[in-house]
Design a binder for this molecule. Structure first.
Ligand code: ADP
Length: 258
């Protein structure tokens, strides 16, 4: 059948008897393939900035080319930018592997999503302002505080990166009587074209590659968000209308509400 991988085992158990076993290996093969793709993508993402760093260093070391101070400074600025890209990528790769390592452990800290939204929004200064609104004074979930901060940081960072300059970025926290808290991060940017929307949580998938790279994006932010939300038994969704904006939302099970 399409894309399936089977292993067939046939054992002779008597003159007229055979035991034929069929093993479906499709899932194991597809996991191995996705690991191999991931390593290939990560290597490619690191190799490009590294090649740029080496290229610019070689130019600077060339006695004929390294004289003009303005040019030297420009090249050094590019080397720093490329090194920062690699640093961001390594930091996201380490986050993914830490999340993977604890994915079967239920998170147990009491985390107030209202306080956390204010705290993380307050980290962003300059550029588009981030506002926070909530329909309750606290909404406590059983969570991993560090990971939930990272979710909010990644979503607010995207809203500012891809939003309109000085456009609205709003974080909203709404606790519902159904026992869930809904956290949304909304921007007024260009939005994500519908054909890209279903794939933006895949590792290294970018809707607008040049814009993401220029803004220092690694292509891993939303896949980190999705993994963390899944570990919290929650749901992640992203909606977007071109020319209007994007809303990323998470639903998480509540512990208590005030
Ligand atoms: P990146 O590091 O490239 O921002 P993400 O995984 O965070 O990676 O997002 C994947 C892609 O989804 C981005 O490259 C961008 O094209 C698109 N995207 C994410 N958030 C937004 C948003 N708020 N507005 C428009 N596009 C977005």
């Amino acid at each position: 059948t399409g894309g399936s991988v089977w292993e067939v085992d046939c054992r002779v158990v008597g003159p007229q008897e055979r035991i034929v076993s069929l093993y479906d290996l499709s899932e194991r093969v597809s996991v191995a393939k996705s690991h191999a793709d991931f390593v290939a993508n990560a290597s490619h993402e690191l190799r490009t900035p590294l090649a740029n760093v080496i290229g610019y260093c070689e130019t600077l070391l060339n006695p004929k080319a390294g004289g003009d101070e303005a040019v030297r400074n420009r090249f050094l600025g590019t080397i720093r930018h490329e090194a920062q890209r690699m640093q961001a990528l390594i930091s996201d790769l380490m986050s993914l592997s830490r999340i993977e390592a604890v994915k079967h452990e239920a998170p147990s800290e009491s985390v107030d999503m209202v306080a956390l939204a204010h705290e993380v929004a307050g980290e962003f200064r300059g550029g588009a302002p981030v506002s926070v609104r909530a329909n309750c004074t606290s909404a406590v979930i059983a969570g991993d505080r560090g990971q939930l901060s990272q979710v909010l940081r990644n979503l607010i960072d995207n809203a500012r990166k891809y939003g309109r300059p000085e456009g609205l970025v709003e974080v909203s926290v709404e606790a519902a009587s159904t026992g869930w808290v809904l956290v949304t991060v909304r921007d007024e940017g260009e939005g994500i074209p519908p054909e890209h929307l279903p794939r933006v949580t895949e590792r290294f998938y970018r809707a607008d590659t040049s814009r993401s790279r220029a803004a220092g994006g690694t292509g891993l932010g939303l896949s980190i968000v999705k993994h963390i939300v899944e570990r919290h038994r929650g749901r992640f969704d992203i909606e977007s209308r071109q020319g209007v904006g994007t809303t990323a939302s998470l639903m998480l099970p509540l512990r208590t509400v005030d």
